[in-house]
Design a protein around this ligand. Sequence first.
Ligand SMILES: [Zn+2]
Length: 461
Amino acid sequence: LTGLLEIEHLWTPAGWLSPAFVAIGPDGGVVRVEPVRFREAGAATVERVAGYALPGMPNLHSHAFQRGLAGLAERAAPGGDTFWTWRETMYRFVARLAPEDVEAIAAQLYVEMLRAGYTAVAEFHYLHHDPDGRPYAPPTRMADHVLAAARRAGIGITILPALYAAGGFGGAPPEAGQRRFATDAPALLRLVEALRQTARGDPAARVGAAPHSLRAAPPAALADLLAGLERLDATAPIHVHVAEQRREVEECLAARGTPPVAWLLDHAPVDSRWCLVHATHVGREEIAGIARSGAVAGLCPTTEANLGDGVGPAAALFAAGAAIGIGSDSHVSVSVVEELRWLEYAQRLTGGRRTVLAGRAGGSVGERLWAAALEGGTRAVARPVGAVAPGRRADVVVLDPGHPVLAERAREQVLDAFVFAGDSTCVRDVMVGGRWVVRDRRHPDEGPILDAYRRTLRRLA
Ligand SMILES: [Zn+2]
């Protein structure tokens, strides 16, 4: 046993425990949780944690380097500005990034994630090669720098190397702006295998794979990837961008005769290992199919708003019993509460009703959103997180009871106040894998990490 916490208030989806005694093992996992101090803790010093503790939130969709681009695509493009013009801006930014730049940006991003209450991240990693499109030596070099950033910040990471085998639904090879992403299935599987060696024995890291999208993963390449992954790790998480944009749905219909989610459900063994990122433009049958499959719908409300993707069908997904989770994707915002709040607000704005995702009369929207995003996010990162409970990682976010937004609230009102009226300044302390990585809103390495981030942006400007 390495630690015993006496937490003033601990939230679980079944209600609050006040107090909660949490024993943490030497590997950073929770060993035991009880409402009273228990014996085998013995003489171990008890650390008192004042305030409201929540299980840390998984961020199920991230492209870390895009944080360096946040706010730089907000001037009107000539001839109209869409997801596709934003993508050109992103390609120009990508063209200049070195692995060291990506590490500097990712480390800064991950510190910000921790301070916002995210304790795990699924990194959808498609920037593989040098600016000329040649693999680095070793080919994992870019991914190694992303993993190093996560280690330095202290966030749990699930890395998902992305297959990018075609430039569009026609199956043409990736275009010039995509040459740093271009991979075939055998090369990607070698990358996955090498990263699995790196991550072996590290409880803070996991490796999966990501067919980038149906437009970038033609059927044969997708089948090769899935067959190879099955041999490497039959439980590995699989993430895919799907039905983000109407144009993508139309192109899929034209090329394959069905919309993207329907095509996937019909042609791939979609199950609880899968995370369908965005799943924005989907029909009733597709939503029912997602729920039946056990796949997680990966919703990224602030990015989807920023890119003009459309409103994800959160209410219909909840009603169908589908798993959902949240991601900050392009990182135009790095805020757990903003993702959760906009999940609900978009439903209010389009439906003309309030408390849409509460689930039942008297239900708390904040609590239901936190619980749902924990459950789906945990499935998507495929690591034992998402609850302060035996067998899970000790990932804990502590809200400051002295924050004005939480002042004089009953504990049953805390999550609603945090999600709808609060922001990341409510988060005081953050623990990942039994280790405090944020204390009193400060990360011990935040100064040098920010300096390196500034130097990188200056060089890229
Ligand atoms: Zn994405």
